[in-house]
Design a protein around this ligand. Sequence first.
Ligand code: 3HC
Length: 309
Amino acid sequence: MPTTTSAPDDFFTAKIKRGDNIEPRDPMPEEYRRHLIRQISQHAHSEIIGMQPEGNWITRAPSLRAKMILLAKIQDEGGHGLYLYSAAETLGVGREEMIEQLQTGKARYSSVFNYPALTWADIGAIGWLVDGAAIVNQVMLQRTSYGPYARAMVRICKEESFHQRQGYEIMAKMAAGTPEQRDMAQDALNRWWAPALMMFGPPDAESLHSKKAFLWKIKRESNDALRQKFIDKTVQQAEVIGLKIPDPELRLNAETGHYETSPLNWEEFHRVIDGYGPCNRQRLEHHRRVHEEGAWVREAAAAYAGKFN
Ligand code: 3HC
């Protein structure tokens, strides 16, 4: 259990200033600890809930190869959740407490997972756009100040790049396929583009936590900077496979070298993160049900572990 300090602690501040990692046994401000528990546990929840939209397509994958790739990806996401719950536990919060916060709506998970995966092209769009956005954010988090979180990111980023590539491959194949397949790929891009951009969080000016996150080097780049990085990269990827970004105001600013886009619908964002998105209720109901059904696995594992302690 970390030792928390109320006053700014010289040891903690000096480590942050030097850019050293804060480790679980280091003294740390209680606010820093709580900020990390909030962010890491919500990151873990996102990984686990994110398995649902893709899981619905395992039995409907169009080939054995596609099914194997999707199974491997979903299994990776479960592992990412495990690393992140374990990183959060080093801060003194228990697994059951985090699960209870998720299931009662006290804790959030990424808004993007509250949208339905309607066609096989959605699996491509999720890999390409959602995992693509996650990588941009998570590469930055490899430099976050909390050691266990930064180290979890190194492993997760390696696997995310496979996730993004397999999604992009699905979209490229469909975009070059029959007119129906191409339309399906464009429809998926149309529906997943804005929710993927919202994964980076609200605009910097409205971000509640960014100021402290920068002070403590939890965040190294802002929500808007990371979103822009993702847009600049992804617009070119869409062009390569002949799909159109669903934004009539999209334009390249020759001076800055960045793409300019339409404003996002932040009302929709807040509606979704407050529980009123298309799939929020179904996602949590499913999580509660399978958590209950899986209780025997946890009991058996605990009993088995108890035998050897
Ligand atoms: N979905 C849900 N809630 C969001 C959100 C989103 N996309 N973006 C922001 N929020 C919430 C924040 O949690 C915060 O609410 P809270 O106080 O109740 O926690 C509020 O909106 C204000 O946002 P801030 O920008 O002030 O919050 P943060 O400083 O925490 O920044 C963040 C938000 C950029 C998402 C940051 O928390 C972060 O980097 N988290 C780690 C990365 C992460 O969680 N990614 C989720 C996707 S994981 C994934 O995609 C798996 C992949 O394998 C498919």
